[in-house]
Design a protein around this ligand. Structure first.
Ligand SMILES: [Zn+2]
Length: 390
């Protein structure tokens, strides 16, 4: 009888150990993200300006088990929906019959398939030399960003090719706010994604308005421009804080306007992943936006091949962003993939691996960059297979 009890105890101990090990192994398994998106151009990227067929695109997304799409409705200065506020891409709309609205068609198709639509916009970047100048800056040349040598982007485009709007002036702020309000008002969108919500680099903006507003906001009577505000200048720290505040206050205002129109709208931003350089170089203080609830979600652009890194770098950078977001309610949806030049040859397994790395870094979602890249790489099937099981 005693022997029988001993066997029973041993069996119980073994059983308990097996259960403990099983539960432990399950807890190590990383959950697949449930928010799965992709950035999409409104036209066929390789066959501009042919409009995309939204039935086909949303079929591809549905088959790949994606549930969010980010269509680019403001590409540089041009809009890809029927707007009364800003200039439309005429070559694109010339190919659309009668007065059909491509964004309305897209939203209808996406919602039929339970795919959320988060409109994606290039904010302060408003034109590129390859497509002519910025229409808005043609009308309002004084809205242009100015570099530390006093040259307007109309004279010397940023990065050699880009036209940007000044973020501190009321004119361009109101113009961009009107676009966001028009979208929130007229379309059943689920979210808004801000891209290029920053300066091109540390050389901007030194327009007359920025210079005088910086002085009056900080109570400084005279500044030796630009020496005093550049690295090691006596007002450098104040300048860095002030210029990022111009972007932060814009994000705050425009989010609050959009939420007044659509209380459940999700506000997100495509961001530079390294928090301190984001502020210093780009004036993009996303950690503050997250902390103060101005954005509901951030999409750090973690394009490993663009940076010459291996895919494990996606996990490392996601972990860093996660740490910077600790204690906030902002969710983390890394953008993975990257420029077409770097990703069109990227093996399908590496696309899936990038998604897994974002998951391991603690992401709540993932957004693929971009539809055309996944398509060119032939990776839709592999991604669909990965997302097939919950
Ligand atoms: Zn300015």
């Amino acid at each position: 009888m005693k022997k029988y009890a001993e066997v029973l105890i041993v069996a119980l101990i073994i059983f308990t150990l097996v259960v403990v090990v099983f539960v432990y192994v399950q807890s190590l398994r990383v959950r697949k993200v449930q928010n799965r998106g992709v950035y999409v151009y409104m036209y066929d990227f390789l066959d501009y300006p042919t409009p995309r067929n939204w039935t086909l695109v949303t079929d591809v997304l549905e088959n790949a088990h994606l549930n969010m799409m980010f269509p680019l409705v403001k590409h540089w200065g041009f809009l890809y929906y029927r707007s009364d506020v800003g200039p439309l891409d005429e070559a694109y709309f010339a190919q659309i019959t009668q007065d059909a609205d491509p964004l309305r068609v897209l939203i209808d198709e996406a919602h039929k398939k339970q795919i959320e639509v988060h409109v994606w916009l290039m904010m302060f970047a408003d034109g590129h030399t390859s497509t002519g100048t910025s229409r808005i800056l043609e009308q309002h040349p004084d809205w242009a960003m100015v570099n530390f040598n006093g040259k307007s982007v109309l004279e010397e485009p940023a990065k050699g090719s880009q036209y940007w709007l000044c973020p501190s002036q009321e004119g361009p702020r109101t113009y961009l706010k009107n676009i966001i309000e028009e979208l929130a008002q007229n379309y059943s969108i689920d979210g808004i994604n801000f891209d290029y919500i920053r300066y091109p680099d540390e050389n901007y903006c030194f327009c007359d308005h920025c210079k005088s507003k910086f002085m009056s906001d900080n109570g400084i009577a005279s500044v030796n421009w630009s020496r005093d505000v550049l690295e090691s200048g006596k007002h450098h720290d104040a300048w860095i804080a002030w210029r990022s505040q111009q972007i932060t206050s814009f994000v705050e205002e425009v989010s609050s306007e959009a939420r007044k129109i659509k209380p459940n709208i999700r506000i997100s931003a495509s961001i530079y992943p390294f928090a301190s350089d984001a502020v210093k170089i780009f004036g993009q203080d996303w950690a503050t936006w997250a902390k103060n609830g101005y954005v509901d979600m951030v999409n750090p652009m973690i394009y490993h091949r663009d940076y010459g890194e291996g895919v494990d770098w996606v996990r490392k950078v996601t972990t860093e962003v996660k740490r910077a977001l600790a204690g906030t309610r902002c969710s983390l949806h890394p953008a993975v993939g990257g420029g077409l030049a770097y990703t069109r040859q990227m093996p399908a397994e590496e696309w899936v691996e990038a998604i897994k790395m974002a998951e391991r870094g603690g992401a709540q979602g993932v957004v693929l960059f971009a539809y055309v890249c996944v398509e060119e790489a032939g990776a839709w099937e592999a991604i669909g297979r990965y997302f097939e099981d919950p």
